[in-house]
Design a protein around this ligand. Structure first.
Ligand code: SAM
Length: 282
């Protein structure tokens, strides 16, 4: 492991400070310089762990001069650690321009992996993780947000969004409008923090959950969306859905039976409902 002339990209906790890795703390404590998104914010984290190293504020877009200074330090053999306010740098956080420039110069860049809200949410969502697409933050303006969602509507992989408390309700409304209220969503709120909560259900149910309790609208959110079911996949799951409807149809109205079958199979309720109407067994 090189101890000089290296840029370490260090993940920091997304809430619970006990999630900071021992190696992450060691690298920061030994770094010649720590490049941080917000030095005041990171100063508190470093103070908590008794780490006293020179701190530089760094952002990709505004800080060409700081980037040049960091590259000069690295060329001279220094160890620089890059951190962001929380989680893994470069994941909807600064660092890409610095890492790219360091790589182009042949400077060693090493990861110190750890928390990321993206992976934390995916790991507990209960939605497929074999393929996923990270979308980051949607545009803040409603028209642009809806246009972006139109582009994402047919994505077949699970996809992941970051959202703030200011826009969470508007975002869920737009998701339901563009994708249909039956699409499955997992909401991960305040992960690893005191008031952590999670919700898995349809977009309609998730919106009702948030609207029903102001406390659930506070904090930080990751939204994990089920991918659009491809026609072939729908065809494969339809027989199973129809079998469920057949089992339930004597006890429940067809709409309710289709809703339960949709919940179990992940297919859209109206697809099942229409197919069940045309099914001679129903
Ligand atoms: N680089 C970070 C990472 O690796 O997760 C993400 C930085 S991004 C600027 C901040 C967003 O991440 C928040 O608005 C929220 O969507 C999500 N986030 C961060 N911490 C979270 C947490 N504890 N619970 C839920 N979402 C979180």
């Amino acid at each position: 492991m090189p101890t000089t002339g290296c840029l370490y990209v260090v993940a920091t906790p997304i809430g619970n400070l006990a999630d900071f890795s021992g190696r992450g703390r060691e690298i920061l404590a030994a770094a010649d310089c720590i490049a941080a998104e917000d030095t005041r914010h990171s100063g508190k984290l470093l103070a908590h762990f008794g780490i006293k190293r020179p701190l530089l504020s760094y952002h990709d877009h505004s800080d060409g001069r700081v980037r040049e200074k960091l590259l000069r330090l690295l060329r001279d053999g220094a160890t620089v650690a890059l951190i962001s306010d929380a989680g893994t740098p470069l994941i909807s956080d600064p660092g890409y321009a610095l890492v790219k420039a360091a790589r182009e110069e042949g400077i060693e860049v090493l990861p110190v992996p750890g928390p990321s809200a993206l992976i934390a949410a995916l790991s507990v969502a209960g939605l497929p993780t074999d393929h996923f697409r990270f979308v980051g933050f949607l545009p803040a303006a409603q028209a642009a947000r809806r246009r972006r969602l139109e582009q994402l509507k047919s994505e077949s992989a699970t996809w992941v969004l970051y959202e703030s408390s200011h826009r969470i309700v508007a975002c869920l409304d737009d998701l339901a409008l563009v994708l249909g209220s039956g699409r499955s969503i997992f909401v991960a709120r305040e992960m690893t923090k005191q008031f952590e909560s999670h919700f898995l259900g349809s977009l309609e149910q998730a919106a009702a959950w948030l609207r029903g309790d102001a406390n659930q609208r506070k904090g930080e959110f990751v939204l994990v969306l089920a991918g659009h079911a491809a026609k072939g996949e729908e065809d494969q799951r339809l027989p199973e859905a129809l079998r469920i409807v057949t089992l339930l149809k004597n006890e429940l109205p067809l709409g309710k039976a289709a809703a339960i079958a949709a919940e179990i199979t992940g297919l859209r309720k109206n697809v099942i409902y229409k197919a069940a109407l045309g099914n001679p067994e129903n």
